[in-house]
Design a protein around this ligand. Structure first.
Ligand code: DAH
Length: 342
């Protein structure tokens, strides 16, 4: 008996459906090849139907032949499209050249200001100083009063100081940490206090409303101005080299008596005069002096027994000199082209 043509056609339809299901789940190039062999190979699913051509009735033969060829062409073109899209996809998305050199991870560096700060700290640590800290939000008492800064002193002016309330300010210098430390400890004291300070300065090449200072304080029996000079000199040599010279000029600060400002010989021209030192051969660093007995009163130290020296220094100023940076704003703009140089 001849096989039923309707049955054959429905089996072909089923075969097509199975094929379409399989290619829709197809994931990689190897699968595509398997599908091709499975359906179109010599012993594949479709070939077995070709053998039926000789078994159907002569009038159904052209119909079956037509159907088989149509399906074969369809399967063939689907498989071709599939392998093209799979290779394209794997070339684009999955190709990985393991012989390429790796991409090095970028490692950050310490900010230049903090590199200088670290150097200042390590010099003073090696000279026997401890490191103390205090709050950036400071009371009027620590920032001004206990430092013997009178109520009408210009630095208390609203124009110069960031007041948070009548009693609270953003500290305008690191000197309040002197008071905090003396209240906390008894002499002998030898400490530095590094940290941020704030002033209402208009921004220009040498002023920024936030900046860093390092405060220094030494209190003991028999401390003299010569000790102050000695420590500043030792510090200057360690920071800028053996040839640096220092000088003290008389000055005034409410919390020191006598007071001075101190300078280092210019690191660029060695004292001859250049654009950095504005032709003077000297670079101003900051203020210093012997702790005023009036300050000792605020912390209950016996000023007949103890004497002490104090000094300040601006970290930005020192960093600008050390790295010959002309504009303080460079430290705060976070431009990687600048920061990467350090
Ligand atoms: N606090 C001062 C300022 O910000 C700097 C200073 C001067 C600190 C004299 C001191 C000192 O310890 O003795 O300008």
């Amino acid at each position: 008996m001849n096989p039923d043509i309707k049955e054959i056609l429905s089996q072909l339809e089923q075969l097509k459906q199975n094929f379409l299901d399989e290619i829709s789940n197809n994931l990689d190039a190897r699968n595509t090849e398997d599908i091709k062999v499975k359906y179109l190979g010599r012993k594949g699913k479709l070939s077995s139907f070709f053998s039926l051509l000789g078994k159907v009735t002569p009038e159904n033969k052209p119909l079956l032949g037509q159907e088989l060829n149509r399906l074969k062409n369809f399967l063939q073109s689907e498989v071709d499209n599939l392998s093209k899209s799979v290779t394209k996809k794997s070339k684009k998305d999955d190709f990985f050249d393991i012989s390429l050199p790796g991409v090095p991870a970028e490692i950050g560096t310490k900010h230049p200001l903090y590199q200088v700060l670290d150097e200042i700290k390590s010099i003073f640590t090696s000279l026997g100083f401890t490191t103390e800290t205090g709050p950036e939000l400071e009371t009027d008492f620590y920032n001004f009063e206990a430092l013997n800064i009178p109520k009408d002193h210009p630095s208390r002016d609203l124009q110069d100081t960031f007041y948070i309330t009548d009693e609270l300010v953003l500290r305008t210098h690191t000197s309040p940490v002197q008071i905090r430390t003396m209240k906390k400890m008894k002499p002998p004291i030898r400490m530095i206090a590094p940290g941020k300070c704030y002033r209402k300065d208009s921004i220009d090449a040498t002023h920024f409303p936030v900046f860093h200072q390092v405060e220094g304080l030494c209190v003991d029996v028999g401390v003299t101005f010569a000790d102050l000079k000695g420590i500043i000199w030792a510090f200057a040599k360690r920071l800028f080299g053996e040839d640096v010279k220092i000088r003290f000029r008389p000055s005034f600060f409410p919390f020191t008596e006598p007071s001075a400002e101190y300078d280092f010989s210019c690191v660029k021209c060695n004292g001859k005069g250049c654009n950095i030192c504005k032709g003077t051969g000297w670079l101003e660093i900051s203020g210093a002096g012997m702790v005023d007995p009036a300050v000792f009163k605020y912390v209950d130290y016996d000023s007949d027994k103890y004497t002490g020296y104090a000094f300040g220094m601006g970290v930005e100023r020192i960093a600008m000199l050390k790295y010959q940076v002309a504009d303080i704003r460079d430290f705060y703009e976070n431009d990687l082209r600048f920061l990467k140089q350090f």
